[in-house]
Design a protein. Structure first.
Length: 313
């Protein structure tokens, strides 16, 4: 998946395209909730307890039941009594839709470039390549959009929720986990997962480059390969043209190799911004109670895998 920073930058870019109105105001009032939503199910990849289950719910959310997930979120929001809680959920839902949109367009490219084998068990060395490519996206676009190096950007600060926001979002995701994915996570569990994401992104922050060097040395000497260290983002040698496919080389969707593309990362990002902007407009119609708006929103969302970008049947 595109990394934390690219999800954030993508959400900020698309938010700026919104016309003044109820959705723009709601996101502005609950920016941290929106930014957490932009990270989608990835909160569970920072939560140790999620790995004790037979299947990590973060992986399940990426793979199946997308339509039911968003339907459940919309229905949950509809039944809330408190206006402030409803606004928090709206901002979070708006962000989550961004994660879904960006993943669906970017994932096929990421998996293609890292030689993912569909239907086979991919080892830790594969995921190191995956994390490394995501980190390259984050580093390149952070400099391009904000003129910053990784050590100058604090991911954890973008998801610094208020107590009310953390409580409201935790209750929502607990409901989604139970109803859609048949996994019991209490609101307290979800709150812990959110806190773990903040803690994890803080631990991965490296303003000197020493943390990455240590973990690179440790992993290569102890395990013989990298796993954790590629997630620690520091400036390093890379070929931006190759990473971003600026030469427009062919690549295939690993889940359907007949789908061949020459899109660059910039092409994919532009497509994602356009698609997400349309989705946010439809969401604004929904929260404005325009007749038929929920059906149009759900039809636009579809039921795609976050990984393959293809519709699940």
């Amino acid at each position: 998946m595109p990394g934390f920073t690219l999800h954030y930058l993508f959400g900020v870019d698309t938010y700026r395209l919104l016309s003044p109105g109820i959705l723009q105001n709601t996101i502005h009032a609950h920016t941290a909730a929106y930014c957490l939503g932009l990270q989608g199910p990835d909160i569970f990849f920072y939560y140790p307890a999620a790995y004790l289950r037979k299947e990590n719910i973060g992986s399940l959310m990426h793979e199946e039941h997308a339509r039911e997930l968003f339907q459940t979120m919309l229905d949950y929001r509809e039944h809330l009594k408190e206006e402030e809680e409803k606004n928090i959920i709206t901002a979070y839902l708006a962000g989550f839709l961004g994660h879904y949109t960006l993943d669906g367009l970017f994932h096929p490219y990421v998996y293609a470039r890292t030689e993912y084998q569909v239907g086979r068990k991919n080892d830790n060395q594969y995921y190191a390549k995956h994390f490394e490519l995501e980190s390259c996206f984050d580093i390149l676009y952070l400099e391009k959009r904000k003129g910053l190096q990784p050590g100058q950007f604090y991911q954890s600060r973008t998801i610094a929720l208020s107590a009310a926001e953390q409580s409201a979002i935790s209750a929502l995701i607990s409901q989604v986990a139970r109803k859609v994915y048949k996994q019991n996570y209490s609101p307290r569990n979800i709150s812990h997962a959110i806190s773990c994401m903040r803690m994890g992104t803080s631990l991965l922050h490296d303003s000197t480059g020493l943390k990455k060097k240590f973990w690179h040395w440790f992993e290569t000497h102890i395990f013989g390969y990298e796993w954790f260290s590629p997630m620690i983002q520091t400036p390093h040698e890379m070929d931006p043209a190759k990473v971003l496919n600026e030469q427009k080389e062919d690549w295939e969707n690993p889940w359907n190799t007949s789908l061949i593309s020459q899109d660059s990362v910039e092409d994919l990002l532009n497509k994602a911004v356009s698609a997400y902007h349309k989705t946010l407009i439809l969401l604004e119609h929904k929260i404005s109670s325009i007749p038929g708006s929920q059906e149009r929103l759900l039809a636009n969302i579809g039921n795609r895998s976050f990984h393959s970008g293809l519709e699940n049947t």
